[in-house]
Design a protein around this ligand. Structure first.
Ligand code: FES
Length: 346
């Protein structure tokens, strides 16, 4: 009899746990996620951590720095970034700009983008000390390589991944930094950087100096130097034109939604066919029909919107998927059709 009672208690507890889990999943902003018959991702998602916002500080005009505390945090290398899950469920990427040796906290900084897509505004207006935030990562697409010398060209908040690199370079390593911004007051970490680099740092504040003269400033770049650039698209394009080998960190997707004209997308499992206009994305068209389609960054960074391709040729515009993944899947927030029609397993 006692055995029977134990079985009943255990079964009851298991049922309650299952019910609680189901409620939790259904409360998620990602619910319901359209299920794939054969899930294609296979991409290991980073372990999610819940960290405490231990401090929130304004470090320049329009720039807020967050220190997120935890314990035994995964280590990172200069250039790495975190995925921050904001209270609304939006996921945004922010470069780590603190001390890589500190395993009890991560530090990120974010600039308020007035006409952005809402992530920076949410950080600035809703994230407060004492809150908990979910983070994923760190991941590094912008590592510091071994090189005889270094040139860094950054614009504004683009300084964040570069700052830990400058701190990490061994003394005596030749490096120089061109740091541009709208005004000196809007440029975070300026004091530390000028102290760290002395005359290796050229600060170009647009309201005092205009735009940086890249040709003049970089004319003596040594052969073999590792060239890094992080900043707005205009600066990145200018650097790519001058240094094809430049290592880049983008805040925005490589290409805009515009591209190769309109095309059709058939959603085979849903039995619908949509037109994706030249100036929009597959994700936008799909969400007009299936509003619960999962997505997050809309920049080809997070992988949330990955979908399986059944037919058609894709122009992949993300920087995330491997070649193997690209063979049969795409990130519908940025990638487009190369053929007139795509068929997706949705
Ligand atoms: S929504 Fe993040 S990759 Fe598409």
């Amino acid at each position: 009899m006692p055995k029977l009672r134990t079985v009943v208690v255990v079964a009851g507890a298991a049922m309650l746990v299952r019910r609680a889990m189901r409620h939790r999943i259904q409360a998620s902003p990602l619910w319901p996620i359209p299920a794939l018959e054969n899930p294609t991702s296979g991409r290991p998602r980073s372990r999610a951590l819940r960290l405490l916002v231990a401090s929130r500080e304004t470090v320049a005009d329009g720039v807020v720095q967050l220190r997120l505390e935890g314990r035994d945090l995964p280590r990172w290398e200069p250039g790495a970034h975190l995925d921050l899950v904001l209270p609304s469920g939006l996921v945004r990427q922010y470069s780590l700009c603190g001390d890589p040796e500190d395993t009890s906290s991560y530090t990120v900084a974010t600039r308020l983008i007035e006409d952005g897509r809402g992530g920076s505004r949410e950080v600035h207006e809703q994230v407060a000390e004492g809150m908990e935030l979910e983070v994923r990562g760190p991941r590094n697409r912008f590592p510091l390589v071994d090189a005889p010398s270094y040139v860094f060209v950054v614009g504004g908040i683009g300084i964040t991944p570069v700052l830990p690199m400058l701190r990490a370079l061994p003394g005596g390593t030749p490096w120089r930094l061109v740091y541009g911004g709208r005004t000196r007051a809007s440029m975070p970490f300026l004091e530390e950087i000028e102290k760290l680099g002395g005359d290796r740092v050229t600060v170009v504040a647009e309201d005092e100096d205009g735009l940086p003269d890249l040709d003049g400033l970089l004319a003596d770049t040594a052969e073999g130097a590792a060239v890094y650039c992080c900043g707005p698209e205009g600066l990145i394009a200018a650097m790519e034109a001058r240094f094809p080998q430049v290592r880049l960190e983008r805040f925005t997707p490589h290409t805009s939604a515009d591209g190769n004209g309109a095309f059709e997308v058939e959603l085979r499992r849903s039995g619908r066919t949509l037109t994706v206009p030249a100036d929009s994305t597959v994700l936008a068209a799909v969400r007009a029909e299936l509003p619960n389609t999962a997505y997050s960054c809309e920049q080809g960074f997070c992988g949330t919107c990955q979908q399986r391709i059944l037919e058609g040729e894709v122009e992949h515009r993300d920087e995330l998927l491997t070649d193997a993944e690209r063979a049969d899947s795409m990130l519908i927030c940025v990638s487009r059709a190369r053929s007139e029609r795509l068929v997706l397993d949705m």
